[in-house]
Design a protein around this ligand. Structure first.
Ligand code: SIN
Ligand code: FE
Length: 326
C-alpha cells in the first residue's frame, strides 16, 4: 500500500483508487508524455485531476525565499501562533487564527501567505487554462503543527480518510481544488488516500439518505433569499452541500470504511507541491509539519469531464437536481 510520491504512476492500481501524476521530469521540465501546447497540456492535467489523481511536483514550481522559510519554521516556537493552523483570506488580505498579542507574527505571516497565494494562483492559472478565471480564490493556510498524534474531536480529525466539505463556505456543486506545499526541510508529509467519492457514493448515500430536491415554491425561495441576505448559517447551503458535509462526517465516523477501504500511502518530500480535488479524493494526513495550502473553488462548468463531478454523481443517484439556482 505504500508508494513514494516521487514514483510516477499515471495509471491507477484499482478502479476506485487515486494515482499520482508527476508533472515534471527529473530536470524540472514538463514530463515527456505531456503535449507541448499549453491548452492541450492543461486539459490533460485537468482530466487527471478530475479522474481523482494527484498532480505532483517534486520541486515547488515558484520561489519561497529562505527568509520566508525561516519565519515559517518558527522564530518563536512557543507562540500560540505556532500551535494552530493560520488561515489567510485573500479577498480581505487578512489572517485569522492568531491572538491580538501575536500581531508581529500576524503581519509576517500575512505577507508570506499573500505571496504564496498570489504565486499559487498565477502558477495554476498558467498550468490549467481551462480553470483560470473560473475559480474563486478561497482561503490559504499555514499548517505548523505536527500531524502525527494531533489531538482533535472526531469530525475535525484529519488522520481519518474523508472528502472535504466546508460548512461555512458552501460550493453549490462547484469543486474544491487544493494546492499544498511541504515547507519542512527534512520531513515528508504523509497522506493516505482511500476510494474516490464516485466509488463510495452509493454506500454513503444509503447510509445518510439522499437529500430531497430543493423546494422552489415562492415561499421557500423567499425564505432562502432572506436567510442569504441575513447571512444566517446554512442560508447559502444547497442540498448538495448538506449531503457533502454529512458525508465528510459519516466517513470519519465509519470505522469499517476507515479500516477496510483500499488505501494508498503517499510521501510528499520536503519542498514538493501537490494538487488534488479533495471533494472527490478521500484523504487523510498521518505525519508532517509545516505545510502551506491554497484552496480554489472551481466552477463545475469549467470541468473537462463534468460527469465525474461529485454533484453529477450524486444527482444521478438521486434522480433530481441537488443545487440551488442563484
Ligand atoms: C486535509 O485536508 O484533510 C489535511 C491535509 C493536510 O494538511 O496535509
Ligand atoms: Fe481534508
Amino acid at each position: 500500500m505504500s508508494a513514494p510520491a516521487t514514483q510516477p504512476a499515471e495509471s491507477q492500481s484499482s478502479p476506485g483508487a487515486t494515482g499520482l501524476f508527476s508533472v515534471q521530469d527529473a530536470e524540472g521540465r514538463f514530463a515527456p508524455q505531456l503535449p507541448d501546447d499549453a491548452v492541450e497540456r492543461g486539459d490533460r492535467l485537468c482530466a487527471q485531476l478530475e479522474a481523482g489523481n494527484i498532480l505532483f511536483f517534486a520541486r515547488t514550481p515558484f520561489e519561497i525565499s529562505p527568509t520566508e522559510r525561516e519565519i515559517l519554521l518558527g522564530q518563536k516556537q512557543t507562540s500560540a501562533a505556532y500551535h494552530k493552523n493560520v488561515a489567510y483570506r485573500p479577498a480581505e488580505d487578512r489572517v485569522t487564527g492568531l491572538d491580538k498579542s501575536e500581531s508581529a507574527e500576524a503581519e509576517q505571516l500575512r505577507a508570506i501567505l499573500r505571496h504564496y497565494s498570489h504565486s499559487a494562483a498565477k502558477f495554476l492559472g498558467e498550468l490549467l487554462p481551462a480553470y483560470a478565471g473560473n475559480w474563486k480564490l478561497d482561503y490559504a493556510s499555514y499548517r505548523p503543527i505536527e500531524e502525527r498524534g494531533r489531538a482533535a474531536r472526531l469530525h475535525a480529525r484529519n488522520d481519518l480518510c474523508h472528502v472535504d466539505a466546508f460548512p461555512t463556505r458552501p460550493t453549490n456543486g462547484d469543486r474544491i481544488l487544493r494546492f499544498f506545499t511541504n515547507v519542512n526541510p527534512a520531513q515528508n508529509r504523509v497522506w493516505l488516500t482511500a476510494e474516490r467519492f464516485e466509488s463510495v457514493a452509493p454506500h454513503f448515500a444509503q447510509a445518510i439518505g439522499l437529500p430531497a430536491p430543493q423546494r422552489v415554491d415562492p415561499v421557500s425561495s423567499a425564505l432562502r433569499a432572506l436567510a442569504r441576505a441575513l447571512r444566517l448559517p446554512g442560508g447559502n447551503r444547497s442540498p448538495y452541500d448538506t449531503f457533502m458535509h454529512r458525508c465528510h462526517n459519516a466517513m470519519k465516523e465509519d470505522a469499517k470504511f476507515q479500516q477496510r477501504s483500499h488505501k494508498q500511502r503517499w510521501e510528499f518530500p520536503p519542498d514538493s507541491t501537490w494538487i488534488v480535488f479533495t471533494d472527490c479524493v478521500s484523504h487523510a494526513v498521518l505525519e508532517g509539519q509545516h505545510a502551506l495550502e491554497q484552496t480554489f473553488i472551481v466552477s463545475r462548468h469549467a470541468m473537462v469531464a463534468p460527469e465525474r463531478s461529485p454533484v453529477v454523481v450524486l444527482e444521478k443517484l438521486a434522480g433530481h437536481s441537488l443545487t440551488a439556482a442563484r
